[in-house]
Ligand binder design. Structure first.
Ligand code: FRU
Length: 479
């Protein structure tokens, strides 16, 4: 278990079967709950269940029995969210008691409508037998994310409906009223919109707040976001409709959701590391799909406006072993750092201040005709990933091998955090303004790490490569 080829060791993946979107993320009674779109019978999308796991630290997960199982071939539990009902607004709990209410799309004979369920103990889940938001004649009408809207003392639901988001409100989680619509003429529109998420966050270093609306565009396989506020009933974006803001500059970060009822003031986000174009084909078995590391999201004002920043949650650092360390390394071509299995957390600071090489960076999993390049172009100020020789690429014909994002140096430095976990690669700038996520399927036995510089000398001010412990083996050891 959890030692198959390509199996990530410090990211969540299901024990077996298919997985897509994270669902119902909530902290409740001391546990982080993680539900997920799941087909336990096969590694293909079909017959959607809600798989279930819990964690006390967002890092080590305990697999639990499935929370919701379809009742027939025409019945599916699609994506949804969870909320704490501590005032018994729903009437599902006894006086003075609280519980979790889950709000999800129930696909019944092909028709998408919103239904709810509840649990008192976070273990046993009951479905409320009545649909709470019937389908108004829309093919795509799904993925309710519900938050408590303190200012207006009611629940707010963001629902994706074909090419826009609809906002609904409710006082009891059972009767929902359409409040407004947003997005038909804003942002990226290459396919249907799915999996919206809404939360109100402070803007760091100010006393301002903004609502952040996150939405997936299935055609682009992109997670975009809008920063704005509600003017009466209407969500108003700070940015012009043609501004396209994305949470991840790769194409393998989709359908993410933020945690509800966090025990501290962080906003934590988990997404599905998969492209919508690579459905059902990644070369893993007996499971398919993996989630991002939990990421802390926050807002900061930049010269372009208020923007979303992110970094891995600090709990992840507990998995780090003794690092391989290098300081002030000068490279004018290539230099090997040795053989390091592809299960690490790497911090690297590139000095790009003067007379620097045109391109410099790290090659990971280097071997026979294999290398994953994470580079920085000092002329174009671009961070890039080249996965054209990243190992097994035969599972799909349209994998974009080259990914890039604009990254400006800070004080002449580009500081990166590179998480490589068997078949997942996530690169964060240290400031948190840019992330590139990419699936890779290298032969893990070929694992040299090499620094490189092209057209000039590259200065690597600091490199720390921390081997990462497995969350699954540690759990096994404890049993
Ligand atoms: C996104 C999605 C959702 C839907 C779910 C079904 O990946 O298409 O819109 O609820 O998957 O599994």
């Amino acid at each position: 278990m959890y030692d198959e080829v390509y199996r990530p060791q410090f990211h969540f993946s299901p024990p077996q079967g298919w997985m897509n979107d994270p669902n119902g993320l909530i902290w409740y009674l001391g546990e982080y709950h993680l539900f997920y779109q799941h087909n336990p019978h096969d590694i293909h999308w079909d017959s959607m269940h809600w798989g279930h796991a819990v964690s006390t630290d967002l890092i080590h997960w305990e697999n639990l029995p499935i929370a919701y199982t379809p009742e027939g071939p025409e019945d599916d539990y699609f994506t949804g969210s969870a909320i704490l009902d501590d005032q018994n607004h729903s009437g599902f709990f006894d006086a003075g008691e609280s519980g979790i209410v889950t709000i999800f799309t129930h696909r019944d004979a092909g028709v998408q409508q919103q239904s709810i369920g509840y649990s008192k103990d976070g273990r046993t889940f009951y479905r409320y037998p009545h649909c709470v938001l019937p389908n108004p004649g829309q093919e795509d009408f799904r993925d309710p994310k519900v938050v408590w809207w303190e200012e207006r003392k009611r629940y707010l639901m963001a629902l994706t409906v074909f090419d826009h988001v609809e906002f609904y409100t409710s006082k009891d989680l059972k009767k929902w009223t359409l409040m407004s619509k947003f997005g038909q003429f804003a942002g990226i529109h290459q396919g249907v919109w799915e999996c919206s998420d809404i939360s109100e966050l402070p803007v760091r270093g100010t006393d301002e707040k903004r609502w952040v609306l996150i939405v997936g565009d299935q055609g682009a396989s992109k997670t975009q976001y809008f920063v704005g506020h509600f003017e009466g009933k209407q969500f108003v974006s700070d940015d012009a409709p043609e501004t396209h803001l994305t949470l991840d500059s790769g194409v393998d970060c989709y359908a993410g959701q933020t945690y509800s009822n966090m025990p501290d003031d962080r906003c934590v986000f988990i997404s599905w590391l998969n492209s919508t174009h690579l459905f059902n084909c990644t070369p893993t078995s007996p499971w398919r799909s993996v989630y991002s590391v939990p990421r802390e999201l926050w807002l900061e004002r930049t010269e372009n406006g208020v923007r979303l920043f992110q970094r891995p949650v600090q709990e992840l650092n507990a998995l780090r072993g003794e690092p391989v360390a290098f300081d002030h390394m000068q490279v004018d071509s290539q230099q090997s750092l040795g053989h390091i299995p592809p299960q690490f957390d790497c911090e690297v600071v590139l000095d790009v201040s003067q007379n620097s090489a045109m391109q410099m960076g790290m090659k990971l999993c280097v071997g026979e005709k294999q290398e994953i390049i994470v580079g920085y172009d000092t002329i174009r100020n671009v961070l890039y990933v080249n996965r054209s020789l990243s190992g097994n690429m035969s599972y799909a014909s349209d994998i974009p091998p080259y990914l890039e994002a604009r990254v400006m140096p800070l004080d002449g430095r580009v500081s990166l955090r590179i998480l490589l976990d068997q078949s997942t690669l996530e690169i964060f700038t240290e400031s948190g303004d840019v992330v590139i996520s990419a699936l890779v399927f290298p032969d893990a036995t070929q694992n040299e790490v090499v620094t490189f510089a092209r057209k000039g000398v590259g200065t690597f001010e600091r490199i720390r490569i921390y081997p990462m412990r497995s969350i699954w083996k540690e759990l096994g050891d404890r049993e």
